[in-house]
Design a protein around this ligand. Structure first.
Ligand code: SF4
Ligand code: SF4
Length: 324
């Protein structure tokens, strides 16, 4: 019997999750020693036929990063599901829809128009958009279909475990792979990180007031802030109180507030709604007009609250009656 087989695949993502595997550094040797990588398109030349030839369930685990926007991504995710004992959603985009999921605020055609006609660096006088089929002097060229909306991985296939983060820290990836190989399996559906909020392990937690009251939300560049004090205590939005811990407080260590890439805590259905209700609860005003003014100082609320989770939220995105 050979080594357990592992597959890695990327869908709509920035490539950061692939980097996070490379960031295992020398630990990658431990992983490679323990497994046979049978599919990793970003790093090695495997073909889809290689995967199709593996018996169903013949891959121990597939780590799939990125959200699903293209038909090809959906097709390969389904193939990997069929061939794998376990599928792990790797990173924020596969877990919750991620930053690429913010495209759901716009209709599909608006996304294509923006990318291929409107951005200042594009010169496309004929207004040509990508097509699924193109006749190139008698030779038919096919492109994968572009879906109407972005989906998180578990909106397309059954997912066993989730590694959160944008990107996930390498230690979480190594722990996830080793836990599977050693049969230390948590219940299906577990998010493989902390269950408590980020504030519990934040190096600035001592300065977080018991009762936070804010009269104006400031952007990081609008103020000189104390790098040792809790961001919220200084009027800078930090989503640490409503974000799952386990990232090693990476942003805080780099003197930036938390944006919520590890997703919400266990019992929360909608990360954006939770973030909005949390910030509403710390506004220090009674008068409706004053409350509106303070709320208006929140920069890009939709982008802030749903930065990583729009496709998996209750909203899911723009309501489009023509969408499939
Ligand atoms: S709100 Fe942010 S800065 Fe303050 S303790 Fe929580 S994670 Fe740390
Ligand atoms: S501090 Fe927040 S945004 Fe930054 S890596 Fe951790 S969970 Fe993600």
């Amino acid at each position: 019997m050979g080594k357990p087989k592992i597959a890695l695949y990327w869908c709509s993502s920035c490539g950061g999750c692939e980097e996070s595997v490379v960031d295992l550094a020398e630990d990658i040797l431990t992983v490679v020693e323990a497994v046979e990588i049978v599919f990793w398109p970003v790093a090695m030349d495997f073909k889809y036929e290689d995967i199709a030839a593996i018996p169903d369930g013949g891959i121990v685990a597939s780590l799939i990063n990125g959200a699903i926007r293209m038909e090809e991504q959906a097709r390969i995710a389904k193939l990997l599901r069929q061939k794998s004992k376990y599928v792990i959603a790797h990173g924020s985009c596969a877990h919750l829809g991620g930053v690429v999921g913010l495209a759901n605020f716009y209709k599909k055609n608006a996304v294509l128009d923006r990318a291929y006609k409107e951005v200042p660096t594009i010169h496309n006088a004929q207004g040509i958009l990508p097509k699924e089929k193109t006749d190139d002097s008698g030779r038919e060229i096919e492109l994968s279909a572009f879906h109407d909306t972005v989906k998180a991985l578990d909106q397309v296939i059954d997912v066993d475990y989730y590694i959160p983060g944008c990107p996930p820290p390498p230690n979480l990836i190594k722990n996830a792979i080793m836990s599977l190989l050693e049969g230390r399996l948590p219940p299906k559906g577990t998010v493989l990180a902390e269950t408590k909020a980020l504030c519990h392990t934040c190096p600035r937690r001592e300065s977080k007031p018991d009762k936070i009251m804010i009269r104006e939300f400031k952007r990081v560049w609008e103020t000189e802030w104390d790098p040792s004090r809790c961001f919220l205590d200084q009027g800078i939005i930090c989503l640490g109180p409503v974000t799952r811990g386990g990232c090693g407080e990476r942003c805080i260590q780099a003197n930036m507030p938390c944006k919520g890439c590890f997703g919400a805590l266990e019992s929360v259905i909608d990360q954006g709604a939770k973030s909005a209700s949390f910030l509403a609860s710390i506004i220090n005003a009674e008068d409706p007009e004053e409350i509106s003014q303070i709320a208006a100082s929140i920069p890009d609320p939709a982008g802030l609250f749903y930065r990583f989770s729009l496709p998996s939220s209750i909203l899911k995105g723009k309501i489009d009656k023509e969408a499939k």
